[in-house]
Every structure is written in structure tokens, then in C-alpha cells.
Write a protein that binds this ligand. Structure first.
Ligand code: SF4
Ligand code: SF4
Length: 188
């Protein structure tokens, strides 16, 4: 197929693109100079020692909450695995020793590689046993198996955080998503 012919021939300055390159450089330098004198425009967050403030509604890694007696609040009702669109929650239920009518999760695993952070599990829980209010977004591991968060991991999640992160968490934990009361501290 024949190439279309140019409708007009370019002048020397147009064909060398010199003017356009200079215009681009002036625009870039304008932004550089503006940013030097107004550093708030591009404040650097020195991660991981500093963290960007998260909104109260940010959904981070899941944690499991405990009752005052130290047992997990979860009663293995299976609402969360039922509602989970990614089918990434697996719970094995057991009967409580002193009350066979009461159940508890013998194991509670969430495959974080499949989780889509929709928060449906939190919304569905009738016992307020699972929350995604940790603000933790560094969810990574060397193996696929380690990306499966277990009951023990989710109960003790806040323990692994650096003190600065825990402090930041406590500073803003008065603002709770999903209408939770601010009186319950993280499991740290
Ligand atoms: S956040 Fe959504 S996808 Fe992830 S475990 Fe909960 S219900 Fe499943
Ligand atoms: S919905 Fe709540 S109580 Fe039911 S299994 Fe999930 S975490 Fe446990």
C-alpha cells in the first residue's frame, strides 16, 4: 500500500524538532523550579520508617479478635467462607469442650494470593471476629504457602510490626471502619 504524501513540506526548524524539544525542556524546568520552591507539592515519605496515613476505610491484612478470656471470637459459623467471592477462606470447625453447642475454628486460613480485599468477610461476620483494619499492606512472602495466613498469624498480626507502625496504628485507631467501637485495642 502506498504511503500518503505529506500535504506540506516542513521547514528546517520544523524537521529538526529543535523548537519543540526546547519547549519541552522549558516546561520540564518550570515544574522542577516550582517544586524546589514549594516542596509540599512532592513531600517524600521515607518508607518504611515513615508511612503514608491511611484512610479509616482502608482495608489491610485481616486480623482475628479475641474475647476477654483469650479465646478467638470466631464461632466457626461459616458465614465468611460462604460469602467470600474468591473462595479463599477455609475453616475447620471444632466443638468447644465444655459446651458442644458452641463451635470454634480449629484452623482458620486465608489464602492472601486469592483474596481480593473486598471486605465481605468482615461485613458478614455476626461476631465482629474478623477485621481488616490493620492498615497493613506489605503482604508478601517467599513461598505461596507462606501467603496463606493462619489463625495464629492473624491473632498475633500486630506483634510483628515495627514500634513506629504500632504507634501510628494506635494514634488513629479511634477512627474505626465499619462502625467498630474505638475501645478495643489491636492484638499487640
Ligand atoms: S476480603 Fe473478600 S476475598 Fe478476601 S477473604 Fe474476605 S471476603 Fe474473601
Ligand atoms: S463469619 Fe465471623 S464468626 Fe463466622 S466463621 Fe467467619 S470469622 Fe468466624
Amino acid at each position: 500500500m502506498a504511503l500518503p504524501k505529506p500535504t506540506k513540506s516542513l521547514t528546517l526548524s520544523e524537521s529538526s524538532y529543535l523548537i519543540e524539544v526546547l519547549k519541552g525542556m522549558v516546561l520540564t524546568m518550570g515544574h522542577v523550579i516550582k517544586n524546589i520552591f514549594d516542596q509540599d507539592r512532592f513531600r517524600t515519605i521515607e518508607y518504611p520508617d515513615m508511612r503514608k496515613p491511611m484512610t479509616a476505610r482502608y482495608r489491610g491484612a485481616h486480623r482475628l479478635l479475641l474475647r476477654p478470656d483469650g479465646a478467638v471470637k470466631c464461632v466457626a459459623c461459616m458465614c465468611c467462607p460462604t460469602v467470600c467471592p474468591a473462595k479463599c477462606i477455609s475453616i475447620v470447625a471444632g466443638e468447644a469442650e465444655n459446651d458442644p453447642a458452641e463451635k470454634f475454628p480449629v484452623s482458620f486460613d486465608i489464602d492472601m494470593l486469592r483474596c481480593i480485599y473486598c471486605g465481605f468477610c468482615v461485613e458478614a461476620c455476626p461476631k465482629d471476629a474478623i477485621r481488616m483494619d490493620t492498615r497493613i499492606y506489605e503482604i508478601n512472602a517467599y513461598t505461596r504457602q507462606d501467603m496463606v495466613h493462619s489463625k495464629a498469624y492473624m491473632v498475633n498480626l500486630m506483634d510483628g510490626l515495627k514500634p513506629a507502625a504500632v504507634q501510628a496504628y494506635r494514634a488513629d485507631h479511634a477512627i474505626r471502619p465499619h462502625g467498630h467501637t474505638p475501645d478495643e485495642p489491636p492484638v499487640a
